[in-house]
Design a protein around this ligand. Structure first.
Ligand code: SAM
Length: 287
């Protein structure tokens, strides 16, 4: 196989022209035109005839069509209703694709998916996510109570780095903890701007989330856990003691006792703490 990207830019351009469709920046519309990348994403998702795929943002349907060939069902949620003629056209050959036009941030994804989940089916989330709203959509999906086996998402490269970052590095932060609390995250490959129409100004990367392997921690109060994580990272240059004392209505001396009782040095910085240590902090929170 040649190393040249197998783009089908003309096919996508003619399709959009046929339906007088113009891509909209405000919806983060950068459509994938590189067949090799599409194939790699579908391979990473490891779908088979027992898999139901939930896709957010099918766009012009390139990824959707690839999944339709391999999965049992594909459920695609698209916000831009003006894409309907394009999607109806491209997806006409596939009887197993179900289009739902809505803002995925405003719907109950579990209710939407339930009717398609027959016993024995596994659920995979896949998306080339719109960059302007990547993390809200990711968390909307991860927190919807869906029985997800895994997720394969294309995001801006810097976001991918933050999703998979380990403690100690400058990319490690609230996003890393939020993602890795729920899934084992692995960055698979980077994707250049030339793989899209129109081309974005940044590199992208594909991340695989194994949702069957969340962090091995016990968190009784998730909302407190995430309050602690956000507070700890709120002022990165400060010590944990100062960051937490700034954010919680607790006297500094009590804050020091709290951190020590969680087995952590009050002078530590948030970016050095593992998820287990954040969980300890939430557990030892003085009530
Ligand atoms: N999947 C297509 C591809 O790879 O070529 C399109 C990806 S494009 C980066 C993102 C898509 O998400 C667009 O079709 C856009 O209209 C849609 N979108 C943006 N915000 C959305 C939202 N809140 N809910 C559902 N779809 C959304």
């Amino acid at each position: 196989m040649s190393d040249e990207p197998r783009t089908h830019v003309q096919t996508v351009k003619s399709l959009l022209q046929k339906h007088a469709f113009h891509t909209k920046k405000q919806f983060g519309q950068n459509f994938l035109i590189d067949d090799r990348i599409l194939t790699q994403i579908v391979a990473a998702a490891a779908v088979d005839k027992d898999t139901v795929v939930l896709e957010v943002g099918p766009g012009a349907g390139a990824l959707t069509a690839h999944f339709a060939k391999q999965a049992a069902q594909v459920l695609a949620v698209e916000k831009d209703t003006s894409l309907k003629p394009v999607l109806d056209d491209v997806l006409a050959p596939y009887g197993n694709v179900h289009l739902h036009f809505a803002d995925c941030l405003e719907i109950d994804l579990l209710e939407l998916v339930k009717p398609y989940l027959s016993p024995g089916a596994s659920l995979v989330f896949a998306a080339n996510l719109p960059y302007y709203v990547t993390t809200p959509i990711l968390f909307q999906v991860l927190e919807a109570g869906l029985p997800l086996a895994r997720a394969v998402v294309m995001v801006q490269k810097e976001v991918a780095d933050r999703m998979v970052a380990s403690p100690g590095g400058k990319e490690y932060g609230v996003l890393s903890v939020g993602i890795q609390y729920r899934a084992k995250a692995k960055r698979l490959f980077t994707v250049p701007p030339s793989a899209f129409l129109p081309q974005p100004g940044v590199d992208s990367a594909v991340v695989l989330l194994d949702c069957t392997a969340p962090a091995d921690v016990t968190v009784e109060d998730e909302s407190l856990f995430f309050r602690v994580v956000r507070a700890a990272f709120s002022t990165r240059r400060k010590t944990l003691l100062n960051a937490l004392a700034n954010s919680f209505p607790i006297a500094k001396a009590d804050c020091r006792d709290w951190i020590t009782s969680a087995g952590i040095r009050p002078e530590a910085r948030a970016e050095t703490l593992g998820i287990g240590e954040f969980a300890n902090l939430a557990r030892q929170y003085p009530r």
